[in-house]
Each structure stands twice: as C-alpha cells, then as structure tokens.
Design a protein around this ligand. Structure first.
Ligand code: NAD
Length: 345
C-alpha cells in the first residue's frame, strides 16, 4: 500500500486531500500543529511544528510521498511567522525528506506568486514571479515554491501546484466572511464595474491536481516523470466575474447580491489614504484595517490563470464544474443561510 504524509492535513485543503487519499486506498498520516484531530476519518495523527526537525523527521518514517499544504493564514498578517513557516519551515521539510529518503514531495503553492495587484489575464506558468508581490505572505510563497523546485533531484522528485481562490465545503474563510459581510449589510457595492474576471477553484479539483502531479512525478518503470521539477496552475478552467461569483454565493444563502458600482480608482485611493493614516499613527495605536489597497486590488482587478500545462502533461480536467461547485458549496453551509440566522435570533 502507498503511504503519504499530509503536512497541514488538519486544514481546509489538507483534510479534503486526506479524504481523497483514503478513498483511493492510500495509508495516510497527518502532521499538523493543531492540538486535536476532529475529522471523521481514521488516520494516524501527529501533532508537531514543521519548522522543527525533531518533530517532523520521525513522522516521515516509511513515507513514500509528502504533500506539503501547511501555511500560516494570510489573514494573520505576521511577517516573521510567514518567513519562519513558509521559508525556513519548508527548508526543514526538504531536509527531513532527504534524511528519511522520501521519494516524492508535492507542494501547495499559490497562483498569486505572479500577481502584483494589476490585471493578470490567462497567465501561464512561464510568466515571471511578481517583482513587487502583493504582500509578504505571497512573497514567502514564491520563495517556498522555488526552494521546492530547486530541491528536485534523482532521489527526491518535487513538484508545485498553484491553485487560486480555493472554495468548497468547510472553507473557513471565503464563504463565511462573505456571508458575514452580507449579513451586516456591507455587501451592497462592487469595486469597479463588477466585470473583473478571476479564478475560483473548487477544492476537489485542487486535490485532483495534486494527485495527478504526484502520479506524474515518476515514470511507470521508475525514473523521473514529467512533473518532476515542474509547477502547475490548477484552476476550475472557468474564469468568472469576481462579483458574480460572490453574488451567487450570497443569493444562494438568502442574501442580496451587490447592486451598485464604485469606481475602482476612487476606492483604491481611499484605501491608500487610510493605510497612510494607519502607518502614521502606528507608533501610538496599533490598528489592523481590513480595507487595504491589496484587498481592493484583489476584488477589483482581473486575475486568472491558464491551466493548459496541467491538461497537456497531467491529463488534468476539473472534476466538478463551477456551477455544480457553487451549488455543492451553498448546500454545505445551511447554518449560514439567512433563514437559519433569523430562526436563531
Ligand atoms: P488552512 O489554514 O486551512 O490550513 C493550513 C494548515 O497548516 C492548518 O491546519 C495549520 O494548523 C497548519 N500549519 C500551519 N503552520 C504549521 C506548522 N508550523 N506546522 C504544522 N502545521 C502547520 O489553509 P488552506 O486554505 O487549506 O491552505 C492550504 C495551502 O494552500 C496553503 O499552503 C496555502 O498557501 C495554499 N493556498 C490556499 C488558497 C486558498 O484560497 N485557501 C489559495 C492558494 C493557495
């Protein structure tokens, strides 16, 4: 039986990956820093910090493939932590894989390593990394990705998957935060004309991309496969207008879609002004505004990515189309529905 370790396996993507691996007959071990394992699946759970050699190295015994999908949340806004986990922690993952003679390492990177806050249209993997990344989290994701690809060798085969805008059941961020904003009556406006196209990728499709990349790391008769040392965009292959997508989610959960448009440049200018004020008063007050220029850019520009390379080299096709994915996601959040909120209050 094939044995995998999922680092970050208690997280949103990680747990979906664990479930699919079990379904496919793998023996799965989970490594995560969360204190307890609450999922309904039976796996060996090891609690530890991926930055610590003494925690991670024993977890790799008899493991053939490591899936590394752990990261601090971008919302934590903690520069030191981003560097510690995404850069030095990933160096530790690579070191431990070498010590334990792990054969394959699959990293969850992010398509946002290319994004500078300006429109990105149908970008392929050969586009250079962002010179001015949107934030420090993304900067460390780009360094992390390069570390993993450079570690590719005749004894450790590595690959990186770049998803974008992952959504689906149990996502703790996108749907709950959007619904909360709608519930508070703050989702009335689009930033820009509402037509900016982006990728939102259903979590099962992201998992599928990881497994195909893993499969193509090695040839059937041994030796490096086509995916070794390579990076792949994994998307739903159906770019959608950012505000249409959010509108479908909130309408499906009983709220109204945003109706009015605010000019992008005006909103961006106000966010820059606010950030400057926050920076000026930072010696006296510590404020963490959520209305930042980078968030305005994410909501008001185009950013979608071409997944032809994954299709051609890995045979990737999304398993769930966008419409079905949205419906499945909506059905998985009955507790966030407006009716259920009214009943509870
Ligand atoms: P998540 O926060 O739900 O899961 C991350 C997991 O990593 C958590 O369970 C956390 O406890 C664990 N972790 C963090 N630091 C650790 C450490 N030092 N040691 C051990 N475990 C640690 O995040 P997610 O949304 O599932 O994202 C998974 C991966 O996908 C991340 O690498 C992220 O950068 C990438 N990604 C996510 C998205 C998205 O839209 N969610 C988009 C692109 C890329």
């Amino acid at each position: 039986m094939r044995r995998a370790l999922v680092i970050g396996g208690a997280g949103f993507l990680g747990l979906h990956l664990v479930e699919r691996l079990i379904k496919d007959g793998w023996v799965v071990r989970v490594f995560d820093m969360l204190p307890s394992w609450t999922a309904a699946v039976e796996v060996e759970y090891i609690r530890g910090d991926l930055c610590k050699f003494e925690d991670l190295r024993p977890a790799l015994n008899e493991i053939e493939t490591v899936f590394h999908c752990a990261s601090p949340s971008p919302a934590s806004n903690n520069k030191a932590l981003f560097y510690l986990v995404n850069v030095t922690g990933t160096e530790n993952v690579i070191r431990c894989c070498r010590y334990a003679k792990v054969k394959k390492l699959v990293l969850t990177s992010s398509a946002s390593v290319l994004y500078e806050g300006l429109d990105i249209v149908n970008a392929s993997e050969d586009m250079p990394y962002a010179k001015r990344p949107l934030d420090y989290y993304t900067e460390t994701k780009a360094i992390q990705e390069q570390l993993v690809l450079e570690a590719n060798s005749d004894t450790l085969y590595t690959t990186a998957i770049r998803p974008h805008g992952i959504f689906g059941p149990r996502d703790p961020q996108l749907v709950p935060i959007t619904v909360d904003t709608a519930r508070k009556g703050k989702l009335k406006f689009t930033i820009g004309n509402g037509k900016n196209m982006v990728d939102f990728t259903y979590v099962e499709n992201v998992v599928h991309g990881h497994l195909l990349a893993e499969e193509h790391l090695e040839q059937v008769d041994g030796g490096k496969g086509v995916a070794s040392g390579e990076v792949y965009h994994i998307t739903n292959d159906e770019p959608v207008a950012f505000w249409d997508f959010l509108g479908k989610i909130v309408v499906g959960l009983g709220y109204s879609a945003p109706k009015y448009h605010l000019p992008y440049n005006l909103v961006y200018y106000i966010a820059c002004l606010l950030s400057t004020i926050v920076w000026m008063i930072s010696p006296f007050y510590c404020l963490k505004p959520t209305f930042t220029p980078s968030r305005v850019a994410l909501a008001g520009t185009a950013h979608y990515y071409n997944c032809s390379k994954a299709k051609a080299q890995l045979g990737y096709r999304p398993l769930v189309d966008l419409n079905d994915a949205i419906q499945k996601t909506i059905r998985s959040y009955p507790h966030l529905h407006a009716d259920s909120f009214i009943k509870r209050n």
